[in-house]
Design a protein around this ligand. Structure first.
Ligand code: HEC
Ligand code: HEC
Length: 184
């Protein structure tokens, strides 16, 4: 068993942390291989405990760490499968980090059923839609219909994916109307 786990590519620090967590809260680290369905058998409590911070660290340096509920699980799965080629940039995530981040994104995805915005995103999704971007969802377009072409074209906005250009608290995951300011 130890030999099998040794080949999982876990870094010493992450494994050490997982074990610490296990001791602290009775979490069991399940190091078995991927199931046939493709779901990752990481302990849900581990994912819940460190997923948000790991996502912030791994996915929040180039752009805001887009909340999982903006896209359905299939979209996150496709994105994870496409790593390290990520929208033309190379992403360097170690395997244990990648697994936790992806498991956390899938657990909190728009179709996971535990978020109000996620439900809105899904209600506008057609069965044929396979959005690769938050900004490509019908929900995003609908929610931002009031923004003019000239606003989108402003250099300070640059791309609709640049949420903080208008949502000043986007880095904290806050998108309510009090923190929106359309530039120009
Ligand atoms: C090295 C920089 C970098 C890191 C780190 C990074 N991304 Fe990206 N990401 C990009 C670039 C560049 C784009 C394309 C931006 C654009 O076209 O406006 C992008 C786009 C995206 C989009 C689509 C945005 C839209 O238009 O709706 C999502 C979703 C996304 N990234 C998720 C992630 C996730 C999840 C991670 C962590 C696993 C991550 N990113 C880490 C550079 C990065
Ligand atoms: C050019 C400015 C601009 C950009 C860029 C932008 N938004 Fe918005 N967004 C708005 C405006 C304006 C509203 C409408 C506010 C309202 O009606 O309360 C809005 C509404 C929203 C809402 C609904 C808020 C609520 O209380 O229901 C969400 C969520 C949201 N945006 C997310 C995003 C995300 C995620 C991004 C980046 C991928 C983004 N926005 C990029 C301007 C922008």
């Amino acid at each position: 068993m130890a030999g099998r786990q040794g080949r999982r590519g876990l870094t010493v620090s992450t494994l050490g942390f997982a074990m610490l967590l296990g001791i602290a809260s009775g979490v069991v680290w399940i190091g078995s291989s991927r199931s046939a369905s493709g779901s990752d058998p990481l302990a849900p409590a581990l994912v819940a405990a460190v997923g948000k911070q790991m996502h912030q660290d791994a996915c929040g340096s180039c752009h805001v760490a887009y909340a999982p509920y903006f896209l359905p699980a299939d979209s996150w799965r496709a994105m994870a499968d496409a790593l390290p080629e990520h929208f033309g940039v190379r992403l360097h995530l170690d395997e244990s980090e990648r697994r936790v981040v992806v498991a956390w994104l899938l657990a909190k995805a728009a179709d996971a059923g535990d978020s109000v915005i996620g439900a809105e995103v899904m209600s506008r999704m057609a069965t044929s839609d396979q959005p690769r971007r938050v900004t490509a969802t019908r929900w995003f377009r609908h929610r931002h219909l009031m923004i003019s072409r000239s606003t989108w074209a402003l250099p300070v906005v640059a791309t609709p994916a640049n949420c903080p250009a208008c949502h000043h608290d986007a880095h904290q995951g806050i998108f309510d109307e009090r923190s929106v300011h359309i530039p120009g």
